[in-house]
Ligand binder design. Sequence first.
Ligand code: ATP
Length: 433
Amino acid sequence: MRTLLDCNCEILVFRVTWNSIFNHKWSTFVQQVACQNLWDGPYRLLFCSSKGDKDGVMQELGKGVDTNLADYDKRTALHLASCEGCTEIVVLLLERGAHVNFVDRWGRTPLSDARSFDHQDICKILESHGGIDPMGLDSQASCCEIDSTEVDMNEATLIGEGAYGEIYLVKWRGTEVAAKTIRSSIASNKIVKDNFLKELALWQKLRHPNIVQFLGVLKQTDRLIFLTEYLRNGSLYDILRKKGRLDSLTAVAYALDIARGMNYLHQHKPHAIIHRDLTPRNVLQNEAGRLKVTDFGLSKITQGKDVGYKMTGGTGSYRYMAPEVYRRESYGKSVDVFSFALIVHEVNLGHIMFQGGPSNRGEDPEKLADKRAYEDSRPYLPSIVYPEPIKKLLQDCWHKNPDRRPTFEEIILYLENIQDILSIKACCSCVVL
Ligand SMILES: Nc1ncnc2c1ncn2[C@@H]1O[C@H](COP(=O)(O)OP(=O)(O)OP(=O)(O)O)[C@@H](O)[C@H]1O
């Protein structure tokens, strides 16, 4: 018979696991629970697994507790350890027969949880044991398909070229849109193409004013072509090249647009979306002057050795690459914060940079990334160009320790404050004038 204590335990496990997925700020709560001695009995396995307590887990398993014991929400010890980044426990549980694809009440497997919190080591371990993520990248959701007769590719105007293929301006049902063609060397590989389509299926679900809107994939074509909204002003790279250095208010507004788009990606559920290739070329501007981030997630697919993907040379990804990515270490969301800092640095330094000034533009991007990764070198921050608060922000964002970098949520708050101060100053100077 279930005792009141059992019920309490279940409710607490529910609240703890729910919090652990959606809040991740539950350690104090767990401590309170532990103090109340409510974790005696079989649920202690779940508690020890979530806390990374290997001895505790071994003790419970030694007592004969089922490795696949699940709580009220069908969350197992493997779910909790994967969610909390307890690699050793994940390995131990798998050795002891934990079901890698146990599905909880919300349809999440341990891999869904590990991906949500970017525990990449754990993702690899789970994947090597056959783990799948039915909620996310492994979902069967298909891309919205657009009949190719609705788009006349013969009337297309070439507007750009990237690592994957060319970009054309085309008309789809009377509206100007961008058509991105993927090189046949990439698209002819079935695995790569399937992965690409999965990423596109994920992209099509996203809706945010600072994210380029995905529209669909053209069907019945021998090439892989997809449509996105068309942003008339082109990329931030082109804008900086034409306009040079921006005034402080515009620079902060640009930084905020990028940070808001990135924050949306990083807070995406069930798993965060890491851009991995955030550069001024992947930030586009519409006619209203709003910046939008594009091409997130796609880079990861084509970086496999067998695909032959090369980062776009002089202006490409090395220039904005976080040290841990260059060193091929495991990495998380904060790699995008690092790239963001380098973009904001350029936005502020615009005209000096494009006149071949101190921004290292002439330097080989790979060497630059090497120096950042191994010599901790960072761009120069002259006080005349960078006001103290921006200097501090950049230094925090390109901190060598990824854990010390702020989140985009924090960056937004910080930039909004700077924006308020700048607006007041601008307003006061108007009055004086
Ligand atoms: N939706 C769009 N609207 C308007 N212009 C675009 C759009 N998408 C891309 N472009 C233009 O095409 C250029 C190339 O874009 P693309 O995303 O293919 O390459 P990239 O960002 O330079 O490199 P990579 O393929 O490595 O991301 C951009 O810099 C931009 O000028």
